[in-house]
Design a protein around this ligand. Sequence first.
Ligand SMILES: Cc1cc2nc3c(=O)[nH]c(=O)nc-3n(C[C@H](O)[C@H](O)[C@H](O)COP(=O)(O)O)c2cc1C
Length: 282
Amino acid sequence: MSTILALLGSKRKLGNCDVLLSEAVEGAKEAGVRVDVLRLADLNIETCRGCLSCVYKGTCAVTGDDMPRLIDKVLAADGLIVAAPTYLLSPTAVIKRACDRGLMLSPYLEKFSGRQRVAVTITVAGNARWNPLGVELLNQFALAFGYRVLDYLEAYSPGPAEVLLQPEIPERARELGRKVALGLIQGITARQAGETQCPICYSRALRLDPDGSVTCPICLARGNLVPTSAGHKILFDPESLKDHFWSPEHRRFHLADWIVPSRDKYLTNRPRLKELLAKYRN
Ligand SMILES: Cc1cc2nc3c(=O)[nH]c(=O)nc-3n(C[C@H](O)[C@H](O)[C@H](O)COP(=O)(O)O)c2cc1C
């Protein structure tokens, strides 16, 4: 039986994310998968030290925190549901903290290739005007942990569990849970992206350059803004969609052609850097 990992990025017990994640978990179970729930916000996840030991040596230099437990769960789960509230315009810090440690998956990337790994995400904020990055950064989290994003839910409700006052939202969360489970069991049916939305990560926060070219800051897919009778749409370059930042091909390239050679370059420069650093030591 397939396993889905359900992650909660809020400290609030019985808060909005907790309730919506429970609905999604029930939906996934009804569709016939096993679900493993982890309260991400209650785990001890240390800050990445930037040593890249995970890439060079295959083990993280941080010891004694809960990150290896999270990595084991991610390796065991072909599906992911992640729910987190927005604090100060983006998902809670635990999402970014875990994402920064995502290179710990580097030694296992080949294990994923050819496997269907799919995710759905749930962002909750107090007000739709103040959540510009909730969908974007939760979807980035899913991509960083090796999952393709199938769909997402945005919910807006400030007080704990107030989301229950809009019954269509818990229903939609349940459907989302069913969708990720069926994505695993029956194959992929991903949400259709809007005309000004990235088709990989569903980002609507896109970089527009003066020449009309558009880059998605989450997955680096590229396209062009083109006029339509209704206004504008973005035509994405199919090659950049195939080879986006989180694709297995690009991840291999990033490790083998960038991170590994940058170490050799650094080691060559190290004696000179040591001299240049002398005046900063105190
Ligand atoms: C410190 C803090 C910062 C917040 N920042 C935002 C924000 O930038 N935008 C917004 O719409 N809501 C913001 N909220 C509201 C929460 O996103 C909202 O209460 C949400 O329902 C919390 O989800 P939970 O019940 O699952 O914890 C903030 C709440 C807190 C406590």
